[in-house]
Design a protein around this ligand. Sequence first.
Ligand code: HEM
Ligand code: NAG
Ligand code: NAG
Ligand code: NAG
Length: 331
Amino acid sequence: MGVASLPSLLFAILFVSSLTVSPAYSRLTTNYYQRACPRFQDIVRDIVTNKQITSPTTAAGTLRLFFHDCMVEGCDASVLISSNVFNKAERDSDINLSLPGDAFDLIVRAKTALELACPGIVSCADILAQAARDLVVMVGGPYYTVRLGRKDGLISKASRVLLPNSRSSASDMIRFFASKGFSVPEMVALVGAHTIGFSHCKEFAGRIYNYSTTSPYDPSINPRYAEGLRRACANYQRDPTMSAFNDVMTPNKFDNMYYQNLQRGLGLLQSDNTLVVDARTRPYVQAYATNQTAFFQAFSHAMEKLSMYGVKTGRWGEIRRRCDAFNIIKT
Ligand code: HEM
Ligand SMILES: *[C@@H]1O[C@H](CO)[C@@H](O)[C@H](O)[C@H]1NC(C)=O
Ligand SMILES: *[C@@H]1O[C@H](CO)[C@@H](O)[C@H](O)[C@H]1NC(C)=O
Ligand SMILES: *[C@@H]1O[C@H](CO)[C@@H](O)[C@H](O)[C@H]1NC(C)=O
């Protein structure tokens, strides 16, 4: 090797390593739209506020939609894509468990307003991340920083949706979150999102009807709560829209009541109750139940992390013109 080539070789090594080592999320910034769309934050906040006031289920729906988006292909708005004859998209996977229409509608409204103000600039993935944070704050939860600059993804396939469900064991949930880089305390904090919103009766029917030969309902459920749920869901097989609040005590408020409920047999889903039963997760349920500040801190930290999971920047994505379709329809 000639001496002259050494600097260029070093340069090449540094250059290549900076390209491969620097993860996409490190290129997200808090002031990404400052020049190209300075009213981004205000526009999202206005649309979110109006929507949440007219449809109070929007906050929970959007938070869940965001979680599902990030856990499949990363936070890249892949969950917003509609299916077509060539592609069965994420949102039509069997496990989507009827993702709420209000949340999709919110993103469409925000996108429309942003395209008027600054056409072609703001990604759907950023809108969803920002809207989820604003809504958490609106219902009483903690503020956390949302970095911006995500591109919208180019893949959305129902077959790639693999998420835990209401019957998952603690080990399944821990393994799933660990595979995405989340620790047990982070996982327990994130599932604290179940302090708002609701679940359809079929998600917990197995706990309240015909549970076993000795008990009509899961004996880990508070008896009065179980009776209330049995009445509320009495007709669920004929009316699949029937549902119950995730947090029976303060259903619309983002607080640490979810964890206190778990300790009193007031957890709705089996996957929720598991968190207070399993020895690996119980200490964090206890910590968050007794100290809301500790929960809010852990939730904020975990949401910042979730918001950057698997994001795409540069040419790895696009700015969609419509949030429900790729710019170029692939066949
Ligand atoms: C092990 C993890 C999790 C499981 C098994 C799980 C399961 C579920 C299920 C079965 C529902 C009811 C859906 C329906 O009936 O329509 C639900 C609702 C919800 N989930 Fe989760 N979830 C998990 C983690 C999370 C996380 C990490 C978040 C957010 C950070 C979240 C946010 C929500 C919200 C807000 C709702 C209420 C949705 C609404 O009211 O429209 N969940 N979840
Ligand atoms: C969820 O999946 C079901 C079944 O595949 C589908 O009928 C429904 O439209 C989907 N929900 C949304 C909001 O896309
Ligand atoms: C419970 O069992 C009874 C008797 O076998 C049956 O008629 C009923 O439909 C079951 N209920 C549910 C919700 O599965
Ligand atoms: C609650 O948690 C916060 C944050 O972790 C901590 O600073 C505070 O000391 C805790 N409060 C109590 C009463 O333990």
